[in-house]
Design a binder for this molecule. Structure first.
Ligand code: 5RP
Length: 430
């Protein structure tokens, strides 16, 4: 039987215990004290988990690099049945960890996170006597699109050890991992950040058990990164994205004219001056379906966009307009669905002189925007995501969105935001 291990990568012990209870009810077999929980609470986290789940195997994700024997001993004495150390550690650290594991009657799992040649290292580890290996892509690398399934495909399932797989797994990828030979699937954020942990764990259980029952259909359909970016940006908010960019990326002084209309698209940029509307209108003809026109005008008191330009843009099916400058003809613009974000609305227009450029780097609302950058604009504001970082930021913003949903769920159950986040405990010490 394939085991499901829920990884509790939260820093608050009380939350971890609640989440673990729900995950176990949904079918998790092993409960992992995740590294952030161990760093926050120490071995007490392992003790409390063992106390709460005496019949379950508790894994302590120590991520040990040195002094293996003492770390394994500490975790084992606290109630861990499996202790995880890093495959990047020296062989002597692995051997010492193995000796301690034998002495205290626990299993050792060796984590292949960030190993350049996982197949070669797995072979060495098996020679050292390791019989439980974790094919793991860490959270930061997941955000760049790396998946543990690619690593598993290279390693194969017959390396002589039991195989655990971890790194952003969801029901479909957990199932794929099992089809590829995994004995244990380790699932963290998909379960712990769910607003219904029990159901999320059950979805993983069903997917994994489906393989044992012989259902080989429904493996992961590959989406392109571009498709994933659009899917995620359409789901999350500009605030989630700003959080994912370390609370940066938002324009200032430009806001929605039509609340409720959202933009997700790639920028076609325009720089123009003093209400000159030639380049903005010419840019519409250069746009493809779904593009966003982003304009720096430099004068917020002369309109360089109005009803006629809006109708042309609607015909071209552009996703929206963002203007660091003024627009006019609100009555006409209201009739169309086009999301419009601007710094000002004034009735007096400029003239079509043709100054400026299309598709050059501009500064709009205080943010640099390059052609092709992603623009996400909603009622909270407008964020610019540089195209080179778009996939990573999309993945990180999805994590932010998921975490917030989970915290909201806990607040809806009656807790205060401050108690859920243990704000007092985590205030920065002077
Ligand atoms: O060890 C970890 C991070 O280093 C995680 O526990 C592991 O990656 C599983 O979590 P997720 O499913 O969120 O990736």
């Amino acid at each position: 039987m394939v085991l499901i291990q829920v990884a509790l990568d939260v820093v608050e012990l009380d939350r971890a215990l609640v989440i673990a209870k729900e995950a176990v009810a949904g079918g998790a077999d092993w409960v992992e004290a995740g590294t952030p929980l161990i760093k926050s609470e120490g071995m007490n986290a392992v003790r409390k988990l063992k106390e709460a789940f005496p019949d379950k195997t508790i894994l302590a994700d120590m991520k040990t690099m040195d002094a293996g024997a003492i770390e394994v001993e500490m975790a084992a004495k606290s109630g861990a049945g499996v202790v995880a150390v890093l495959g990047r550690a020296d062989d002597i650290v692995i051997s010492e960890s193995l000796l301690a594991a034998k002495k205290y009657g626990v299993q050792l799992m060796v984590d292949l996170i960030s190993i350049d040649d996982p197949a070669a290292r797995a072979e060495e580890l098996v020679r050292l006597g390791v019989d439980l290996i974790n094919i793991h892509v860490g959270i930061d690398r997941q955000m760049t699109g790396k998946s543990p399934l690619e690593v598993l495909a290279k390693l194969g399932s017959s390396c002589g050890a039991k195989i655990a797989v971890a790194g952003g797994l969801k029901p479909d990828t957990a199932k794929e991992a099992v089809l590829m030979g995994a004995d244990i699937v380790i699932v963290g954020s998909y379960i712990t950040n769910s607003d219904h942990v029990e159901n999320a764990a059950r979805a993983v259980r069903t997917a994994v058990d489906g393989v044992a029952a012989g259902s080989k259909t429904g493996t992961v359909g590959k989406k392109t990164q571009e498709e994933e970016i659009f899917e995620i940006f359409n789901r999350v908010s500009s605030s989630n994205i700003s959080d994912a960019m370390h609370r940066k990326g938002a324009m200032s002084g430009v806001s929605t004219l039509f609340p409720g209309r959202k933009i997700v698209g790639r920028a076609v940029t325009v720089r123009t001056f003093g209400g000159d509307w030639a380049k903005p209108v010419e840019a519409i003809d250069m746009c493809g379906k779904g593009d966003v026109i982003v304009i720096y005008n430099g004068d917020r008191n002369i309109a360089m966009w109005g009803g006629l330009a809006t109708k042309t843009a609607v015909n071209k099916k552009i996703a929206g307009l963002v203007v660091d400058g003024a627009v006019r003809d609100m009555d006409e613009m209201k009739k169309y669905d086009l999301p419009v974000f601007a710094a000002n609305v004034v009735p007096n227009a400029g003239d079509p002189k043709g100054l400026g450029e299309i598709n050059c780097e501009i500064k709009c609302g205080g943010q640099l925007v390059n052609p092709g950058d992603f623009i996400v604009a909603d009622d909270s504001g407008i964020v610019v995501v540089p195209k080179e970082k778009a996939y990573e930021i999309a993945r990180r913003s999805e994590e932010v969105w998921n975490k917030e949903k989970r915290i909201l769920d806990e607040i809806e159950r009656g807790q205060s935001m401050s108690s859920v986040l243990e704000l007092l405990k985590w205030e920065k010490q002077k």
